[in-house]
Design a protein around this ligand. Sequence first.
Ligand SMILES: [Fe+2]
Ligand SMILES: [Fe+2]
Length: 480
Amino acid sequence: MTEGQSLPVRLGHDFLRHFYHVLHSARIYRDDNQLIQKSVKSFQSILTDMTVAGDIALVLWRGRFHFGGEKLPYRRDAAGVVGSMLEFFSHRRIGSMEFLQSAKHASRDDLLMFVRLLNDVGTGRENLERFSQKLHKSGLTWVKVFEKLPDDLSGEELQDEDRIYENARNTYFHAVETVREVAKKASQGMVGVRKARRLAQNIVDLIREDSALMIGLTTIKDHDDYTYTHSVNVALLATCLGRHIGLSDLSLEYLSVCALFHDLGKVGIPREILNKQAGLTEEEWEQMKAHPLIGVRQVLGLNAPEALRSRIILGPFEHHLNPDMTGYPRTLFMEKLSLTGKILRIADVYEALTAQRAYRQRSYAPDEALRKMWLESGKSFDPILLKRFIGMMGVYPIGSLVELSDGGIALVMDYPTESERALPLVMRLVREGDAGWRRGGIVYLPDQESSERVEKLSIVRGLSPVHLGINPAAFFLHEQ
Ligand SMILES: [Fe+2]
Ligand SMILES: [Fe+2]
């Protein structure tokens, strides 16, 4: 327990944890199993503790749990459990639960019955009503469950969670439009970057708030306008890496603008060459290789303060150069790459490898892309930065599709605990005939109990989204 926290806050997190465990074990084990007996016992004891001073309510409000009238603060170590419980509540349209003082007299059988009934509640409104009736009939009168109020009932703001998500989504598409606009105008003369600067501040703020969601959004790949979505994805990945290594907010803003415009020079290259199926002719290749310098020329034409412009130039100029200065464009006056250039190089190659582009024979699954890059560490990438990037992304980066040890397929959504990169929070995906895939339950891999009979779930391997016909971005955009 952490010092300085109020009693409800401390109990609230403990309660959620025990509640989560008992719900989880009830889905796996039969009543006589030792593990479930253990988790029911812990649940009983925390219920007794928390109702000692009177009735107490657990309320879900604007995407956060409130316990005993206090909002539970975000705790990184509890994020997995809290996330799963939020999902559990939302899925069943539960807005609050009130535990009456009489809960301390509830027997373990009663508690188990409550947990099993709760697990079985379906998604429709009638289901929750039916559940309340069943509770009443079974004499479980020490708990009351209420439906979630519609968000628009009071006309107040959206839930916290929804707000971040809406903001992230809008920023993403606004960024794509801004890059497109600047790219088009840049070829016609002076264009200002004030808007891009504001956008970069927004990106930095969002990454601070929810970097997992922002990395998730980089699974958006647009075949037709690849250069623009690519640029935004590179900006998100580069800024996340910059934040991971501790750059200041101002440096992150510069890095972000720089990444947004790193491929500005590609705008003049005909789409047929950019999207060419087979190998390029020598002439076409020369044209491709010219895009960094064309980009530099365009940046020089931008209406931006000197300090910003000289930083933005690094993006187009350096992003195809290796640490030993091989690559293109050939340069004789520079001896080493800037930090910005090194970061962009990593973000750029990772994004390009994982892109599903029409002309490419194969696109790499995120874990494969990292492995491939690791083999070229030192030659193509700054080894220390690449190591930090892999550490940040995890073995199976957010947005990866994975096969679980029970044969199921899941999408990596988050790494709630920074120190435990190997075990993410994943969302199961369920195939729905020909209609595609839908969201399944959330599993936080470190947070499972195992027994001799039931193995802990683990990740067996990474899978290619293309082969499975899954678009990970749709799940991050809440389209599925
Ligand atoms: Fe490029
Ligand atoms: Fe690029």
